[in-house]
Design a protein around this ligand. Structure first.
Ligand code: ADP
Ligand code: TPW
Length: 579
């Protein structure tokens, strides 16, 4: 249907028909999906237009990866699959990075891509944007489906939704050949074919004996510890988790995206004594957190002496993935946590006072050290003095969403900026990926309607910087703060040959990222002191308009790869290449 033809102008017999385009939209809407993040082109331009005409919110991006990241974070925030819509081959591949990232992080998302003519693709005859997208998607998605007939759209979309959100959430690919979208169907038959998914992510109760096993282990623990991961934040079982933590009296550590699930200022948070509790704890209960690289795989120096693990996860195959799990609890977090909490009432004794006191002492010592660093006002700013301003702002406005990526910018912000509400912090996640910044910021702003502060390393920002135009076009309340230290990690490297090419880690010196947003009508600020940064941040939050603050950071501040320096392979022949 040409986009400029209104439905009511159509002759009666045409109005009694529907088509692939409309069935896709009807199927999404029937499942309360109201937003599409995407980028148009053959064959899905009219799908985007019609979705908007049918009352869906359609957010058009400048690059599919960022549309995909927006969809993924929307899925994480809402527990409904976020939708990303792309064209075939290259558009699909651009979106695939985001789909793979969503799957890795356990975020529910559906990548819907138009695709070329099957006959031509399968014979490799060279179609416009030809690619066997379904097979390309499979290794990176939780599930991948193609719909060939209009009458299957209802069931195809239902299948994609259930695959994305049930069990361990993840990314699903849905392939829509161009021909499918143009297929027509009797409107009544079309309506009947739409499926509303009932109980898309059913509760999964833990077995009573696994609850008993976990309780027995907790009762025998001398130095117990809880680790909350982003699975716990995703589960939206906030009250149940709080109740378990408080009734048990067990100290806890939040993983980065679980910050704020309980306020970071909670008395039982052991975040400021992280190294100490990981090394010293004897029984560790993981709630929606994997023992991957972010937790040193559960072994080695980080973990000190012998441990026993309790793990709560919806994916049975996660158990024993890195070390033996003494008490696996397979089920949804809400159900597992509630089952454990029932045993906390009455006969459960809280952890020994010596353990709690040892943690308190360590926390006090570390917090005093951190306070001293935060109080300093070096010129130019360093990561600490700039982050102090953001920390104070979030404390006053805890509803603000925080997006965070970079190396040093990520590591320092994670430990300095306290969070007070659940699902407000979105960062580089399981892969440590750069490029999620503007996509996550847009997804969070559109989904929550609340302001976003994106704390971005200058390198990290560059991956998605063009989406500033998208932010301005939709007038989203996003304040991007670029921690500008002139390069990747630092800005001080020089070309060791003395040649005119710059070192591979550095950027144009003293770049003014604030000028970029001005090109699109947003507000740019250049901040060289904490006072300037604070004034700019408060003004931008008060106006609620798109803004970018170029925060000038000492180019020699920061370390190689942030706190991951040790992951860089080093050869014995290394001549000193690093400044
Ligand atoms: P973090 O990076 O914060 O440590 P991970 O992404 O490693 O967190 O772990 C999240 C875990 O949570 C995954 O193993 C996933 O299977 C699990 N998970 C996600 N949602 C639920 C849920 N509703 N119930 C139980 N487990 C869940
Ligand atoms: C998709 C490798 C990790 S961190 C980083 C890169 C390029 C940028 C660090 O510099 P930045 O931050 O952002 O200026 P800061 O605070 O240290 O100054 N490509 C992808 N993902 C990753 N992780 C990289 C490259 C990397």
């Amino acid at each position: 249907m040409p986009h400029n033809l209104k439905l009511k102008e159509l002759p009666l017999e045409v109005a009694a028909m529907t088509d692939g385009f409309h069935l896709v939209i009807d199927a999404l809407k029937a499942n309360d999906i109201d937003t599409i993040f995407g980028l148009v082109g053959i064959p899905i331009t009219d799908l985007a237009r019609m979705a908007q005409a049918e009352g869906m919110r359609v957010i058009g991006f400048r690059h599919e990866q960022h549309a995909g990241n927006a969809a993924a974070i929307a899925g994480y925030i809402t527990k409904k699959p976020g939708i990303c819509l792309t064209v075939s081959a290259p558009g699909f591949l651009n979106g695939l990075t985001a789909l793979a990232n969503a799957t890795t992080n356990c975020f529910p998302m559906i990548l819907i891509s138009g695709s070329s003519e099957r006959e031509i693709v399968d014979l490799a005859q060279g179609d416009y944007e030809e690619m066997d997208q379904l097979n390309a998607a499979k290794p990176y998605a939780k599930a991948a489906y193609r719909i060939n007939h209009a009458e299957d759209i209802g069931i195809g979309v239902a299948r994609a939704i259930r695959a994305a959100v049930s069990g361990r959430p993840g990314g699903v690919y849905l392939d829509l050949p161009a021909k499918l979208l143009a297929q027509t169907l009797d409107a009544a038959a079309g309506k009947q074919s739409i499926v509303r998914v009932i109980d898309a992510a059913p509760r999964q109760l833990p077995a009573p004996e696994s609850v008993q096993r976990a309780i027995a282990l907790l009762k025998g623990a001398k130095r117990p510890l809880i680790i909350l991961g982003k699975g716990a934040a995703y589960a939206q079982a906030d009250a149940e988790i709080r109740s378990l933590v408080e009734n048990s009296g067990i100290p806890y550590l939040p993983m980065s995206m679980a910050k704020g699930l309980l306020p970071d200022t909670h008395a039982q948070s052991a975040a400021a004594a992280r190294s100490f509790v990981l090394a010293e704890a004897d029984v560790v209960m993981l709630i929606g957190a994997r023992l991957n690289w972010l937790l040193a795989h559960g072994k080695g120096k980080t973990w000190g002496g012998p441990k026993q693990f309790i793990q709560i996860d919806i994916a049975a195959t996660e158990m024993d993935s890195n070390v033996a799990i003494a008490a696996p609890l397979v089920g949804d977090i809400g159900s597992c946590v509630s089952a454990l909490d029932q045993h906390m009432q009455g006969n459960f004794s809280k952890p020994a006072a010596e353990w709690i006191k040892a943690i308190e002492d360590r926390k006090d010592k570390n917090l005093a050290k951190m306070a001293a660093s935060l109080e300093k006002n070096p010129a130019p700013m360093n990561f600490h003095s700039a982050l102090r301003v953001i920390r104070d702002t979030i404390k006053k406005h805890p509803h603000i969403n925080v997006v965070n990526e970079g190396a040093n910018t990520l590591d320092f912000a994670r430990s300095i900026v306290d969070m007070y509400q659940p699902r407000k912090r979105f960062d580089s996640g399981t892969w440590g990926i750069m490029g999620i910044g503007m996509g996550y910021a847009i997804g969070a702003a559109v989904t929550t309607g609340q302001p976003v502060i994106a704390i971005e390393g200058d390198s990290a920002f560059g991956f998605s910087g063009m989406e500033l135009e998208t932010i301005c076009r939709y007038n989203l309340p996003v304040t991007t703060i670029v921690f500008n230290n002139n390069g990747v990690y630092r800005g001080t490297d020089v070309n060791p040959t003395g040649g005119s090419d710059p070192a591979p880690t550095v950027f144009v010196k003293n770049a003014r990222y604030d000028k970029m947003i001005e090109a699109f009508g947003g507000i740019g600020y250049n901040a060289t002191t904490p006072a300037e940064l604070e004034a700019a941040l408060l003004e931008s939050l008060a106006t609620g308009k798109p803004a970018l603050i170029n925060a000038v950071i000492d180019e020699s501040a920061g370390t190689e790869s942030g706190r991951l320096t040790n992951l860089n392979p080093v050869t014995k022949n290394d001549i000193s290449l690093r400044s």
